[in-house]
Design a protein around this ligand. Structure first.
Ligand code: KIV
Ligand code: ZN
Length: 563
């Protein structure tokens, strides 16, 4: 064998002239078929038991899936029993079709017909492998031999279906040339046309031709070329529903499906969260929500993705990754400072502009569309910027910090995240805020105070302030006058070694927490001695007291800085 990468045979692309798929766009949802209970189930370490399969089946129905492959009833007694329970237990709504898989082998086909007795709508799905590699190493057969397996099965299925159809069963057929991706396209056309003929397919009685990427071994554009070629070449195109069944070995199952739809497919077989053999089947949720974000109704309901995820993880014992599109724990979270900033601005823009569209950078979808509106979008670690901490203070605790204060508080939070090296919770951010601004009661403290206000004949207000302050162990009285409470207080403390501070900025608002409403004031002072600026924050039920506390908070912080 050749060493390393040289031992692999490169994929031979299908030659196609005048391809049209790259110019197309997806405009409507395909027919969806879930293969969770078959392809997904057969790939599990512990396949689902009856109860789990029933719960999963009902979830698929709630999502709106109308075609569900329930298993491989001829493969084992358990699979057979599950099929019978679904039919006899009345679990299948009238508008839902169950699909059963069977190999193109006589005794298995007969057993499958037994399993579907009494069902209203059924798709009988049979397959045999057609690829060059499988013909060479597994079947040791030429193409005629492989075609005969498929057409013999088609004949038997057609014959056995007659009485059931006469009794009123809505029985349709699906054929998969398994390993289609590794099959020469002219041969794929030949075998599929033979199957259509043997099943007497007509435009009114279409047969599903399911074209699987059993193993995904080429690029999505190469697959789209194959599919367009196949659709153009097959004589009975109007007698067939072209179905995709993508796996994900190269990690491009979604792209393969989307390009396959451009190239002419009508139907998609997929699973929730992409469960399935090896790297999985294509993920139905990603496909559907990708359509949703392009303004297309996917005809499936994923409005409560967390509930679906919980069911999926419990029944399959497979974890959904934190970065799984639309469903992962972190997919609506921004840690990075610039992303947080843009999300903030986008949210603001949407509020102010009244736009009808979703226009928030870094959030391709409104989390509410998948029922995730209550999860934190902005979380704080060492990568986060100044806006992130302010966002948390506003959204979690109601403190609308002045924009000019964001860098100062952002820095305080960043020092902490650098120190701990992990994400910090909103509660810790709030604690830092209180420690830094609100609980700084040293060295100055306001013990008692009173205001008197008078308004002169010209409508000007005059306020007098009297207060008792404490500086470490010394208690002293101050008084001052001004045109408002802040001015009066500021004048009162000027003579008490606080004259070096000048007033730069002020903001205030109410914080309502249930029926309790408090005022918060933010004040920016400048220390004339060194030119440094300090924010102070004051909180009080009394609207006049909050700014006084804010002034003392700023002064105390400045003093602390000079110790
Ligand atoms: O991946 C595959 O080819 C299959 C077929 C049985 C349809 O699962
Ligand atoms: Zn498969």
């Amino acid at each position: 064998m050749k060493p390393g990468y040289q031992k692999y045979i490169p994929f031979q692309p299908q030659k196609i002239v005048g391809r049209t798929w790259p110019d197309k766009v997806i405009t409507k949802a395909p027919i969806w078929c879930s293969v969770d209970l078959r392809d997904g189930n057969q790939a599990l370490v512990d396949p689902m038991n009856l109860q789990e399969k029933l719960e999963y089946f009902h979830t698929l129905i709630d999502i709106g899936v109308k075609e569900i492959e329930i298993g491989f009833p001829s493969a084992s007694e358990t699979e057979y029993e599950i099929c019978r329970e679904l039919i006899e237990g009345g679990h299948i709504p009238d508008d839902v079709t169950i699909q059963v898989l069977v190999q193109a082998r006589e005794h298995l086909i007969k057993k499958t017909f037994e399993a579907i007795r009494g069902a209203k709508n059924v798709i009988l799905h049979f397959y045999n492998s057609t690829s060059t590699l499988q013909r060479k190493v597994v079947f040791h057969m030429d193409t005629d031999g492989i075609t005969k397996i498929a057409t013999d099965a088609a004949d038997l299925i057609y014959e056995m279906s007659r009485p059931l159809i006469e009794e009123g069963m809505n029985l349709r057929f699906e054929y998969s040339p398994e390993s289609f991706m590794g099959t020469e396209m002219d041969y794929a056309v030949e075998i599929c046309q033979a199957v259509l003929d043997h099943l007497h397919a007509t435009p009114d009685n279409k047969v599903i031709l399911n074209l699987p990427t059993t193993v995904e071994n080429c690029m999505p554009n190469q697959f789209a070329d194959m599919l367009e070629y196949f659709c153009k070449k097959i004589p009975g195109r109007d007698c067939a529903i072209i179905s995709l069944h993508p796996h994900n070995d190269r990690g491009t199952g979604v792209a393969t499906t989307e390009m396959g739809l451009l190239a002419g497919a009508d139907r998609v077989e997929a699973t929730l969260f992409g469960n399935g053999e090896r790297t999985g089947n294509v993920d139905m949720i990603t496909l559907a929500m990708n359509m949703w974000t392009q303004g297309i109704d996917p005809q499936l309901n994923f409005s409560n993705i967390n509930k679906i995820k919980e069911m999926y993880e419990r029944c399959t014992k497979m974890p959904v990754g934190d970065r799984q599109p639309y469903a992962g724990k972190l997919v609506f979270t921004a840690f990075s400072g610039s992303h947080q900033d843009a999300i903030n601005k986008g949210t603001q823009y949407m509020k102010e502009s009244g736009t009808e569209y979703w226009e928030i950078p870094y959030l391709p979808i409104d989390p509410a569309d998948v029922g995730r509106e209550y999860e934190p979008i902005i979380r704080i670690n060492s990568q986060s910027g100044k806006g992130g901490a302010a966002y948390i203070m506003e959204h979690n605790f109601g403190f609308d910090l002045p924009k000019a204060m964001h860098p100062e508080f952002g820095h305080i939070v960043q020092v902490e995240t650098d120190k701990v090296g992990t994400e910090i919770a909103p509660e810790r951010i709030n604690e830092l805020f209180h420690q830094e601004y609100i609980d700084v009661k040293e060295p100055y403290k306001l013990l008692k105070h009173a205001f008197q206000e008078s308004v002169d004949s010209e409508g000007h207000s005059h306020v007098t302030f009297w207060g008792t302050l404490q500086h470490t162990d010394t208690i002293f009285k101050v008084s001052g006058e001004g045109n408002g409470p802040i001015d009066a207080f500021f004048n009162a403390i000027k003579d008490e070694k606080m004259a070096r501070f000048s007033f730069l900025d002020y903001a205030s608002h109410a914080i309502t927490n249930g029926s309790d409403s408090q005022g918060v004031a933010y004040i920016l002072l400048k220390d004339q001695r060194d030119g440094k600026e300090y924010w102070g924050v004051g909180l009080s039920h009394n609207i006049n007291l909050a700014p006084l506390r804010a002034i003392l908070s700023a002064i105390n912080r400045a003093k602390r800085n000079h110790q």
